[in-house]
Design a protein around this ligand. Structure first.
Ligand code: ZN
Length: 132
């Protein structure tokens, strides 16, 4: 059987971002997991996410994994999806060139962000972009 991770990334490569919703309690989990994070049920329904979210805080990726070194510096932050779950990923549209810029932007949290699929290090990755 195809793993949830494989299925998730296949969909992402086709421009679709899925989360899973528990059929028992309605709790939304992202990225998809086999079991509900809230009630533990294994009855999950795949649902496209709205892509809307709020950036809660971010930092610059000072020590990126080697594969991502060429994208340095990039912003990395916590996004609260409209559907509920919190997700850590790269954030586009922020100034991470200096500490003052980081502080000024962090003072404006939460910021509206939108999901986007970006090809990085030969992978299609779900990132978020700041809505201006
Ligand atoms: Zn549940």
């Amino acid at each position: 059987m195809e793993s949830m991770v494989t299925r998730f990334y296949k969909a992402v490569s086709n421009g679709k971002i899925y989360g899973v919703k528990c059929r028992k309690c309605g709790h939304f989990t992202f990225p998809p997991k086999a079991g509900c994070m809230k009630c533990g049920a294994h009855d999950m329904e795949w649902k496209l996410i709205s892509g809307e979210g709020k950036l809660q805080f971010f930092s610059s990726g000072n020590l990126p994994p080697m594969k991502f070194a060429k994208y340095h510096p990039y912003a990395y932050g916590a996004v609260e999806l409209k559907e509920g779950p919190c997700f850590f990923t790269c954030i586009e549209g922020l100034d991470v060139s200096n500490v003052e810029a980081l502080e000024a932007q962090n003072a404006k949290m939460p910021m509206k962000v939108k999901a986007k699929i970006k090809r990085m290090a030969d992978l299609d990755i779900v990132i978020f972009k700041v809505e201006k």
